[in-house]
Design a protein around this ligand. Structure first.
Ligand SMILES: NC(=O)C1=CN([C@@H]2O[C@H](COP(=O)(O)OP(=O)(O)OC[C@H]3O[C@@H](n4cnc5c(N)ncnc54)[C@H](O)[C@@H]3O)[C@@H](O)[C@H]2O)C=CC1
Ligand SMILES: O=C(O)[C@H]1O[C@H](OP(=O)(O)OP(=O)(O)OC[C@H]2O[C@@H](n3ccc(=O)[nH]c3=O)[C@H](O)[C@@H]2O)[C@H](O)[C@@H](O)[C@@H]1O
Length: 265
């Protein structure tokens, strides 16, 4: 398939490289000229095991390009993937200005039917906003879909090529089939649902992981008071398949950006 990925941060770069690795024709776009120049010279701005090797191989095979030209990338693509940042505002709300600007630019660049996929982590209702913005700037037909990303920094390539599940939110059967075809080589666990449920799955998953960390921190406080060893407590709990051992204490105690975003709410 012909893909454009808008945003070459952690999510966009790793997704673009992995889709090219799977044999798709991928054009990655970023508005940062220096970042694109570095990527075009083979320099990878982040370290993820396997990423550079896959990027070099796909670029050499002509399946992967980097550009600042969003219009040419959109013209090339059947599927346009939005992977721009959605940082927290001081209020704790997600800053959707990058999403909105990218949707506007995609609308202006449209030259025919496209499936526009949001991979960025966005609040429920955002894909409807994206659709409204694109429609306001283009007369061409298009569909929007929510395909949230669950990768972790440090294991991003492994997580992308072997995800626990892929979630596809769309209101159109043909779009679901196309996106399922794109992701089928990665996993058999493909959850197809409506757009709002897909957006909610991402937020609910982040919230649940944050809850696990908060819970074990509270248990750690109690352990200190009663003279118990929280690591052994977490291990003893974690063997229970209903509970599981991940996000219960093995990692450091400083949570990542998505956790902080949830905690502020
Ligand atoms: N980093 C992570 O571990 C994960 C992040 N996410 C979500 O994925 C989204 C992207 O995250 P990151 O890749 O970490 O963000 P990032 O901030 O590292 O990268 C975003 C990139 O998009 C570019 N960009 C912004 N507007 C643009 C435009 N109009 N045209 C072209 N390029 C544009 C920026 O220059 C930047 O390079 C966020 O919503 C984040 O919450 C989801 C799962 C994991
Ligand atoms: O933007 C997003 O939505 C994405 O960002 C997150 O990334 P992040 O919030 O940075 O959180 P993680 O990288 O998953 O890290 C969680 C943090 O919790 C900490 N942690 C984890 C487990 C644990 O038991 N204790 C603990 O303190 C880790 O050390 C880490 O700092 C996730 O990795 C993505 O799947 C997520 O959806």
């Amino acid at each position: 398939m012909k893909l454009a990925v808008v945003g070459t941060g952690y999510v966009g770069l790793v997704s673009g490289v992995c889709f090219a690795h799977l044999g798709h024709q991928v054009v990655c776009v970023d508005k940062q000229e220096e970042r694109i120049a570095r990527l075009n010279s083979g320099e990878v701005p982040i370290y993820e095991p396997g990423l550079k090797e896959m990027m070099d191989a796909s670029a050499a095979a002509g399946r992967l390009r980097f550009t600042t030209g969003l219009q040419e990338a959109v013209h090339h693509a059947d599927i346009v993937i939005l992977a721009v940042g959605t940082p927290s505002l001081p209020s704790g709300e997600a800053d959707l200005s990058f999403i909105e600007a990218a949707a506007r630019e995609i609308g202006q660049a449209m030259n025919g039917y496209k499936i526009i996929v949001t991979k960025s982590t966005v609040p429920v209702g955002t894909n409807e906003k994206v659709a409204a913005i694109v429609a306001a700037h283009s007369g061409h037909p298009f569909a929007v879909a929510s395909v949230p990303e669950f990768l972790r920094e440090g294991t991003a390539v492994k997580d992308t090529l072997n995800p626990d599940r892929i979630v596809i939110g769309t209101s159109e059967e043909a779009v679901a089939q196309r996106l399922a075809e794109l992701h089928r080589p990665l996993t058999e666990h493909i959850v197809v649902t409506d757009i709002r449920s897909a957006e909610m799955i991402k937020y609910a998953s982040n919230a649940f992981l944050a809850t696990k960390i908060s819970f074990i921190n509270e248990i750690a406080n109690i352990c200190e008071k009663v003279g118990a060893d929280v690591m052994r407590v977490a291990e003893g709990m974690g063997y229970d398949k209903r509970i599981g051992s991940s996000f219960c204490g093995r990692e450091s105690a400083t949570a990542g950006h998505a956790f902080r975003r949830i905690r502020k709410r």
